[in-house]
Ligand binder design. Structure first.
Ligand code: APR
Length: 312
């Protein structure tokens, strides 16, 4: 009989809570919701609420709240949201110094307790945080990945569907690059079930969607006073499921490049295949010269942030 999977969620805040709800509802495995001692009550309370939710909805996942790293030991999947979210007017990069310390602490503990896990990082600034986490843990590049492209693509998918008046299910988006203002909506690969969107939409409308996608997170921060959590959680769960069920999904994720797209020693959003081996490969696609130039610019911005974090 196959054993039950264990999913450790590091950070029991807005995204952590939603991750727990989705993981339980989809019965991906048993869930451990971890937070710092000051928030242990919140983690335990959310866990209990979600277990009771299982009685109503009929799922059988066990959910535990904790501030003890031992409870995370042996997790198959770890999803990291530990850190502070943005407030209105802040960029993701403004979070660097605070979240870097937190990620280093999380990395040290994962190294001890979760050495075989597939680790998905959500904390921002994403590309620098996932780089740091791989560095601190020393885990293989296939087992440490950042969630950004699935979310950014989801935002673009929505805006395109609404503009074109078609079902969201038929829109195939693709957003690469860093998870910040320089992200690259790759319009040459965006289709409505194979029909290039460029043939369906006026250039000015498409440009507006590209701009709205890049500022998609900030738009929500401005409205709510904190960052989004439903779509970010769903995006990470899609990646976790691809690993646990060896789905071989082709998804845009922040992956560690060692020469792919001309980038070395850098985490950046590229198309990858996720299966039982984790990030099984980085798929190299042809980009137009404009798109490659945008990706290079984005890689430059990520590299600057990584260099800044080395000094902190
Ligand atoms: N270990 C574990 N959890 C921690 C640690 C730590 N060292 N430090 C902070 N946390 C916890 C906080 O106590 C908080 O409960 O991380 C949680 C973060 O939750 P929220 O403040 O609700 O933030 P959330 O919206 O979930 O976003 C988390 O993801 O998208 C990014 O920009 C966002 O960096 C932010 C992160």
């Amino acid at each position: 009989m196959p054993r039950r999977h264990k999913i450790a969620l590091i950070g029991a805040g807005n995204i952590g809570g939603e991750l727990a709800a989705l993981a339980a509802r989809e019965e991906l495995g048993d869930v451990v919701l971890f937070d710092i001692p000051e928030k242990e009550g919140v983690a335990k309370g959310k866990a209990l609420d979600l277990e009771q939710n299982g009685s109503v909805l009929g799922y059988d996942s066990h959910i535990t709240g904790t501030a003890n790293w031992d409870d995370c030991a042996g997790a198959d999947v770890v999803i990291v949201t530990a850190g502070v979210p943005r407030k209105p007017g802040m960029s993701r990069d403004d979070l660097l110094s605070i979240n870097l310390k937190i990620i280093r602490n999380v990395g040290e503990n994962l190294k001890q307790k979760c050495k075989d896990a597939f680790v998905i990082v959500i904390s921002n600034p994403l590309d620098a945080m996932v780089y740091e986490l791989k560095k601190v843990t020393g885990f293989q590049k296939s087992k440490v990945v950042g969630m950004a492209g699935v979310l950014d693509s989801a935002r673009m998918q929505l805006f395109l569907a609404r503009e074109l008046g078609v079902s969201i299910k038929d829109v195939r988006p693709m957003v690469l690059g860093g998870h910040g203002d320089t992200m690259v909506p790759v319009t040459s690969y965006c289709t409505v079930n194979g029909v290039p969107v460029k043939t369906l939409i006026a250039k000015d409308k498409l440009d507006a969607i590209v701009a709205r996608t890049a500022g998609g997170g900030g738009e929500i921060v401005k409205l709510m006073g904190t960052s989004a959590y439903y779509a970010p959680a769903s995006a990470a769960i899609q990646m976790a499921r691809a690993y646990l069920y060896d789905e071989k999904r082709l998804l845009p994720c922040a992956a560690y490049c060692e020469g792919e797209y001309g980038y070395k020693d850098l985490y950046i959003g590229v198309p990858v295949v996720i299966g039982a081996g984790g990030v099984e490969k980085i798929v190299q696609i042809e980009l137009t010269s404009d798109e490659k130039a945008m990706l290079d610019k984005s890689a430059g911005a990520v590299r600057e942030l990584v260099e800044a974090s080395k000094k902190l």
